[in-house]
Every structure is written in structure tokens, then in C-alpha cells.
Ligand binder design. Structure first.
Ligand code: ATP
Ligand code: MG
Length: 268
């Protein structure tokens, strides 16, 4: 049962974001009796790398699914560039999804296609571009992520880190305004995690747009986050510029961002 104590660490305010790319307004979402999002207010800025941090099972992946219209709120609204996702007719939703590049946890490559065809897939599916133009874009994206000479490899011939980079290349081919990464670093060793973070930063610096990264890796957050939203119990505990969050006086935020066992967050 929810008690007021559940929210004693939630600052109850989020720093206003001018020019938000993504806004959650009072979003509630339950699965049966499991109230996952409980009046979530969250705004993520345009042209920055944002990170959503929070304990396991707290609804971070559920948030991502609301952004692309794979889940609908029970109450409240989700806006992308000011437009309501739940209110969109199917045709508009299909168009809106072209704004997004999504990197799922395992890279989600098609096992029966080589790397080239995997990265070309969204272009063949969503555009009228000819094969010459597609080749130009695909080769450029594969070069960017350091896979320029792996064109004809099959996904099962790639390491986990290579699969993530391939998934990243594929997420970028439609020049998305918004790129969502659900735990891009899970299963990678610390060096590869650092390299992937650098790659995310570099490609963001070149392309701009709103990047949203979900991660459990605080070192990654320190390195690349410009904006941070800390989510717990279906609401934001605190959100704002990364530099402010790492200086936060909020006991929950301090505990979570330092990864300590002592503090308000227990195993429950
Ligand atoms: N389609 C679904 N049907 C029922 N319950 C779901 C569904 N999707 C998510 N949930 C539940 O919602 C809660 C939040 O799940 P979510 O996957 O968003 O967590 P998370 O914050 O991404 O966790 P992690 O850090 O472990 O990935 C969990 O209790 C999960 O079981
Ligand atoms: Mg998740």
C-alpha cells in the first residue's frame, strides 16, 4: 500500500525544462495491482544527453515504451515535441516513430541477416531511397561505429559489444531526432562500456537531438549525462542538470548516485 512515507525523499519538484523533447504529465500506469508509474511528471530536454536512473523494476523500460506508443498511460499524457502520443491516430503514430532511433538491450539484430542488411533494414522499410544511396548511408554509419569492415558478418559472429555498436548504427540510419538507449552498457566490460559512452557522445555531438539513456552504470552517467532524472516508485525523486544531481543533498539521490548500501534504498 502506498503511504506518504513512500514519497518522503521525492523532492516534489522538477527543474522546469525549456524546450522539452519529451514530456510525461501526471502519467499513471498499472499492470493489474502493480502501480508502476504513479503520476509521473518528467521532461527531457532537446539537444542533450539525458539519463534516466533508478532501481531495477522501477519503470524505466515502461517509460521508453510510452514514448514510442507501445504502451498507453491509464491517466495523464506523454508528449513528443509537444504532440500527445496516446491521442495520435495510428497513421500519425507510424510517422512519429520515424523520429526515433531505439537501441534495445541486446541490440535486437535480425539473426538471419548480415550486418549490412540489418543496418539497411529501416531505410528499405521506411524510405524510397535507392540501393546506391542506402549503401552510402549504411557504410557511413558502420564506419562511424567502427564496424566498416564487418559488413557481411552475421550477428552470431559478433561479440556483445559489436552487436551493441551495430544496433546503434541501425538506430541512426533514419537521422532520428530522438535516440533511446535501454541499457546500452549491460553485459559489457568496463572498457567497452567507456568506449560505447564515448561513441554516444561523439555521435551526439555530430548529429544533435535528444538522446535518452537508461543505465545502471553510474560511471557512465558521470561521463556522458548532461541531464539526469532519478525515478523511484513511479515518480521522479529529483531531476535536473547532471552537475546539480551529483551535488544533490537528497539522501536517496546521494545514495543511488554513489552506489552505497547505507541510505533510504533497501532491498525491499
Ligand atoms: N507488459 C507488462 N505486463 C505486466 N507487467 C509489466 C509489463 N511491463 C513491465 N511490467 C512491470 O512493470 C514494472 C517495471 O518494469 P520495467 O521493465 O519498466 O523496470 P525497469 O525500471 O526497466 O527495471 P530494470 O532496471 O531491471 O530494467 C515491473 O514490476 C514489471 O514487472
Ligand atoms: Mg529495464
Amino acid at each position: 500500500m502506498e503511504t506518504t512515507d513512500d514519497y518522503q525523499w521525492h523532492a516534489g519538484r522538477t527543474t522546469p525544462v525549456e524546450n522539452a523533447a519529451i514530456e510525461f504529465i501526471g502519467v499513471k500506469k498499472a499492470f493489474g495491482r502493480n502501480q508502476v508509474l504513479n503520476g509521473l511528471d518528467m521532461a527531457l530536454p532537446q539537444d542533450q544527453i539525458s539519463m534516466i536512473l533508478g532501481p531495477s523494476g522501477t519503470g524505466k523500460s515502461v517509460c521508453i515504451k510510452h514514448m514510442v506508443g507501445l504502451l498507453y498511460p491509464d491517466d495523464g499524457d506523454v508528449l513528443i515535441h509537444g504532440e500527445s502520443v496516446p491521442a495520435m491516430p495510428d497513421d500519425d503514430l507510424f510517422e512519429m516513430r520515424k523520429k526515433f532511433g531505439v537501441l534495445f538491450q541486446d541490440g535486437a539484430l535480425f539473426g538471419s541477416m548480415n550486418l549490412y542488411d540489418n543496418v539497411a533494414f529501416p531505410l528499405r522499410q521506411h524510405t524510397d531511397k535507392g540501393e546506391d544511396e542506402i549503401a552510402h548511408i549504411v557504410n557511413q554509419r558502420l564506419d562511424e561505429v567502427g564496424l566498416g569492415d564487418a559488413n557481411d558478418k552475421m550477428p552470431n559472429e559478433l561479440s556483445g559489444g559489436m552487436r551493441k555498436r551495430a544496433g546503434f548504427a541501425r538506430a541512426l540510419v533514419l537521422d532520428p531526432d530522438i535516440v533511446l538507449f535501454d541499457e546500452p552498457d549491460s553485459g559489457l566490460d568496463p572498457v567497452r562500456t567507456a568506449l560505447l559512452c564515448e561513441l554516444i557522445q561523439e555521435i551526439h555531438a555530430e548529429n544533435g537531438g535528444a538522446y535518452v539513456v537508461i543505465t545502471h552504470d553510474i560511471a557512465s552517467a558521470r561521463r556522458v549525462a548532461e541531464y539526469i532524472a532519478v525515478l523511484w516508485k513511479g515518480q521522479i525523486v529529483e531531476s535536473g542538470a547532471a552537475t546539480d544531481l551529483f551535488e544533490s543533498s537528497n539522501p536517496f539521490v546521494r545514495q543511488f548516485l554513489s552506489g552505497e548500501s547505507q541510505g533510504p534504498l533497501g532491498m525491499e
